[in-house]
Design a protein around this ligand. Structure first.
Ligand code: MGP
Length: 224
């Protein structure tokens, strides 16, 4: 008499069939070093991954800027994202700083905070700035965004957002913070930022209050 064999477990693609029972799709999770993997249900991996905060990209159109009566009247919110997936869907479909027109300002600020000195959350703040020659800031811009939205800063609550200013000969990336007088928090942010973007030269921190009063003559209050 022929004996029926028990169903044999099989792995087909990423569908694990234990033999007869309900099939659940899994994906392999491989460690950084490529070693042993574990498995997570596909449904779990496909869930959107929420960020700690929602963030808004803002763009200032340089052609409108030259005609504008007041600074800031042409800054526009472009897109607000709240998940990792939404971030990449935008980032992968927009120009990076090297491709933006001279004069453009591109901002990524926590949702609800306008990228202006006048915003009440920014009013007592300041900014750290790193300068690059034209076309050289793309990688730093991405690493800065990832560090911010990924909550890598110990004093992340202090951060309003970041901006890249595209100018004739240079691109400047700045991180705007809330309480410029909180020296310890500002120094921590400046030091960590340099590590995240692998930047070794000194960077300076300007209070918005000083920028308002002295424009380009405003002096750094902190340096790291
Ligand atoms: P900027 O564009 O931040 O600096 O500010 P940049 O790139 O060194 O200067 P540019 O002339 O090469 O573009 C330029 C000027 O814009 C400032 O001196 C202010 O007059 C004005 N400005 C900039 N910001 C960020 C603000 C702001 O938040 N509010 C107001 N009212 N004016 C601002």
């Amino acid at each position: 008499m022929a004996v029926e064999k028990p169903p044999k477990p099989t792995v087909t693609g990423n569908r694990i069939n234990g033999g007869g029972e309900k099939v659940e799709e899994h994906v392999d999770i491989v460690r950084d070093d490529g070693s042993a993997s574990s498995k997570l249900p596909v449904a779990m991996v496909r869930q959107p991954h929420p960020l700690e905060h929602s963030w808004t990209f803002w763009f200032d159109n340089p052609s409108a800027k030259s005609r504008q009566a007041a600074w800031g009247s042409s800054i526009r919110p472009v897109y607000t994202f709240a998940t990792v997936e939404q971030f990449w869907s935008v980032y992968n479909n927009i120009h990076h700083p090297s491709k933006l027109a001279v004069g453009a300002d591109f901002h990524c600020f926590k949702c609800g905070i306008e990228p202006k000195w006048e915003d009440p959350v920014c009013a007592n703040g300041g900014k750290w700035t790193v300068n690059f020659s034209r076309g050289k800031s793309d990688a730093c811009w991405l690493y800065t965004l990832l560090a911010m939205i990924g909550e890598q800063f110990d004093h992340g609550d202090e951060i309003c957002g970041a901006v890249v200013n595209v100018r004739n000969r240079q691109e400047k990336i700045s991180i705007w913070t809330k309480n410029a007088s909180n020296e310890a928090a500002q120094l921590s942010i400046g030091k960590q930022w340099k590590e995240f973007i692998d930047y070794n030269d000194q960077i300076g921190f300007i209070f918005h209050e000083d920028a308002k009063k002295h424009d380009r003559a405003a002096k750094n209050k902190y340096a790291v």
